[in-house]
Design a protein around this ligand. Sequence first.
Ligand SMILES: C[S@@+](CC[C@H](N)C(=O)[O-])C[C@H]1O[C@@H](n2cnc3c(N)ncnc32)[C@H](O)[C@@H]1O
Length: 214
Amino acid sequence: MQTSDEYQKTAAIYDLLFSGALKPIRHNIKTFLRHSKAKAVLDLCCGTGEQLRILDGNDMLLTGVDLSQAMLARARQVSPESIHYLEADASNLPLPDSEYDGIIICLALHEKPTRQHEAIFKEACRLVKPEGHIVIADYSIPPPGFKSIVPGKILIPIIERLAGLNHYTSYKYWIKHGGIRGFLEREHSGKVTLIAPHFKGCINIVTLSNIKKK
Ligand SMILES: C[S@@+](CC[C@H](N)C(=O)[O-])C[C@H]1O[C@@H](n2cnc3c(N)ncnc32)[C@H](O)[C@@H]1O
């Protein structure tokens, strides 16, 4: 669990820095959740809530959870009242089992130590309805070839290093152990569908159904 608010300094500029680059990912997540007719949607580690704002207006009940007061303050400031936010640890949530049609975990697992991202995923498995979906967007091992060098070997590592030594250490461990693919092989035995590769395959969006935590 975070001991201090690691996002205190970045909360005010997070959207300014990343909104443009992340928009295609957010829109692909929206398209998937609309097509799957999700009603109750939970965004774990929602940050400034931009994903939820992009989903707003699609007849969904939207809830975001985050541990950072600064990120949540920003989220509440710029979101409509229809979006609910909860300050809580995503690895131990005061929410009932099997409540959500869709659970999003976007760019949040790689930056945490293994025990923590396993616990967050376990919570997602508990909270999702049996016929629901978990949508994860996170880093993959950069595919071979020139195209992935700039995003995968230069930009993303620089961003993660700037985010702090803890983030960088967890990110390097995440990639060393197979990125999102390695994580799913270790943690999940249900159906996995690749929705879209982004940043030349260095970030992938996957959806999980028939959820089975290993
Ligand atoms: C890189 S940001 C991603 C934010 C958002 N998902 C997005 O797509 O922009 C990671 C977020 O995870 C939050 N976080 C870290 N550990 C958490 C935990 N245990 N429970 C809830 N939120 C957590 C941080 O406060 C931060 O807002």
